[in-house]
Ligand binder design. Structure first.
Ligand code: PEP
Ligand code: MN
Length: 359
């Protein structure tokens, strides 16, 4: 619910409300405005009596949050959420570029592509060490060895890293290496995983599932937020439609819909949305024009030889050209793309030191 305080309410009266609802295990988000204070309250509706709160001194009115996802809604928190990962700011005026290979295939492959992405202007390096493959016979990822290469690439380039985690038991290990966890489309409703990530407090990119509605997606974000982890960003990566020319169908309207319904940053993944590199440029620029806070793309030095998703991967020089085009679109819609020389250089949340001996 939203507790709207009277313009004359004192700090003590605001604190009394916060104490009262937090005492029964609810979470609060106070917004101190120039006119009045508004307190967002979420938790089990059975333990708070809205009428009792409405009778407390200084309260003007109490309104229910109409959406089933409470903490993720704009009603609860009208201002955009801004997430800081190292020196990179996600969800503000600046557009964030994330890029890297689908899979970490080895040390030299990752270092080569990481340097190329940095050169092209990327701020955050992506790479899968645990791969959610549709077939159990496909390459499943290098596991912890891949995480070590990611940590090494971060040290070499200064870019924070994002990588997927698929199992609750592996959350602590992946948190040790990665700055941002990724929840893949196949795991959007893996509630045990979402709970473990929520408890970790680690920044997370939550991908939309193939057939997930926006409401289901926001409910999944709510699982993470409900543990007090506010570092949640959403990722539109295409949904299933009846079209077969593209791997999925990019739901570009999800960007303004999310901006309307939620305060969480929204990143777009045109690589998985289209499945073909030829369509990645146009859809990336469309994502920026639509108001995305960032674009995550797959880049590989030799797409034909990639161990996964080569068909949708851009060569580094194509990626570099696209970054410049996205920059122009960003400027046209009132955003900017910071130089990665100023945004990188400080590790974010991955704590594990470099463990890979240099040959
Ligand atoms: C990926 O990022 O490589 C991936 C598997 O993405 P998705 O979960 O969107 O399919
Ligand atoms: Mn991929």
């Amino acid at each position: 619910m939203i507790v709207v305080m009277e313009p004359t309410a004192t700090k003590e009266q605001v604190n009394a409300i916060i104490e009262r609802v937090e005492a029964v295990g609810c979470k609060t988000h106070p917004i101190i405005g120039a006119e009045r204070t508004v307190i967002g309250v979420i938790g089990d509706g059975r333990v708070i009596d809205a009428r009792q709160i409405g009778r407390m001194i200084g309260v003007e009115t109490v309104m229910p949050i109409s959406k089933p996802y409470k903490g993720a809604s704009r009603e609860f928190k009208p201002q955009d959420t801004i997430i800081q990962v190292g020196n990179v700011t996600i969800g503000g005026k600046e557009l964030v570029m994330m890029a890297g290979p689908c899979s970490v295939e080895g040390r030299s492959q990752l270092l080569e592509v990481a340097h190329a992405c940095k050169e092209a202007g990327a701020h955050i390096l992506r790479g899968g060490a645990y791969k959610p493959r549709s077939s159990p016979y496909s390459f499943q990822g290098l596991g912890e060895e891949g995480l070590r290469y990611l940590a090494e690439a971060r040290e070499a380039t200064g870019m924070p890293v994002i990588t997927e985690v698929m199992e609750p038991a592996l959350v602590p290990l992946v948190c040790d290496y990665a700055d941002i966890l990724q929840v893949g489309a196949r795991n959007m409703q893996n509630y045990a995983l979402l709970n473990a990530i929520g408890k970790s407090g680690h920044p997370v990119l939550l991908k939309r599932s193939f057939s997930g509605t926006i409401e289901e997606w926001l409910m999944s974000a709510e699982y993470i937020l409900s543990h007090g982890n506010n570092n949640v960003m959403l990722c539109e990566r295409g949904i299933r439609a009846n079209e077969t020319e593209t791997r999925n169908t990019l739901d570009i309207s999800a960007v303004p819909v999310i901006k309307h319904l939620s305060h969480l940053p929204i990143i777009v993944d045109p690589s998985h949305a289209t499945g073909k590199w030829e369509y990645v440029g146009a859809t990336s620029k469309a994502a920026v024009a639509a108001g995305a806070d960032g674009v995550i793309l797959e880049v590989h030095p030799k797409p034909d030889e990639a161990w996964s998703d080569g068909r949708q991967s851009l060569k580094p020089e194509k990626y570099a050209a696209l970054v410049q085009e996205m920059r122009a679109v960003a400027l046209a819609v009132g955003r900017s793309v910071p130089s990665n020389q100023t945004t990188i250089g400080q590790n974010g949340h991955g704590k594990r030191p470099l463990l890979v001996p240099t040959p």
